[in-house]
Write a protein of this length. Structure first.
Length: 196
């Protein structure tokens, strides 16, 4: 009886150590606002335009092995909509109106699944994901491919995504009584830094 009890204690100890090790591999990182950047590029019937986002929120839960990214378990990211600035107050005002920022304060991306992680070196990987992008209160599934670079306690995700505003029920902004119209398609370029 004592032998059986001791055996179960040993097995239990191994299970506890195994689970602790698994939890130990999973690490949480938070957005480093100062180090991150995002630009949105678009067109109009007058000239091309660009908007810079300044305020980000979110976190990343990743599993590492010997300093290499092996799994992303969670990724939530948000841009404060009214932190996006073009340098022209009139354009910003029209953009905020189109994005309904009075009611919807953030543009968000939430990871649903990771299709593939292809590491080209010990600290650089190409990640293919499926997630949900929410703009102006409309949520849509999107495929997103980005580069992930690991450097110490820092993971940098970078890439771009082209979308159509009307996909998210956003009417492309206009100005000057409709004489200036923006194109439906925009390109989002991002370099998001997560740190422990």
């Amino acid at each position: 009886m004592k032998t059986i009890k001791n055996t179960w204690m040993v097995v239990g100890s191994f299970l506890v150590m195994f689970l602790a090790a698994q939890i130990g591999w999973s690490q949480t990182y938070n957005v480093n606002n100062a180090a991150s950047k995002m630009t949105i590029e678009g067109t109009s019937n007058i000239h091309d335009w660009e908007v810079d986002a300044k305020e980000f929120q979110g976190n990343l839960q990743a599993e590492m092995k010997d300093g290499q990214l092996v799994e992303i378990k969670k990724l939530d990211f948000a841009v404060v909509a009214e932190s996006m600035k073009s340098g022209k107050s009139g354009m910003d005002k029209n953009m905020y109106k189109a994005l309904n920022t009075n009611k919807v304060k953030r543009i968000t991306y939430q990871l649903e699944s990771v299709k593939n992680i292809d590491c080209i070196s010990s600290n650089e990987c190409k990640v293919n994901t499926r997630g949900y992008l929410s703009i102006a209160g409309t949520k849509k599934p999107v495929d997103l491919v980005f580069d992930a670079k690991v450097s110490g306690d820092r993971i940098t995700l970078s890439g771009d995504k082209t979308i159509n505003m009307t996909q998210f029920n956003v009417d492309p902004p206009t100005a000057m009584f409709g004489t200036i119209t923006t194109g439906d398609e925009v390109k989002i370029n991002f370099q998001t830094v997560f740190t422990k």
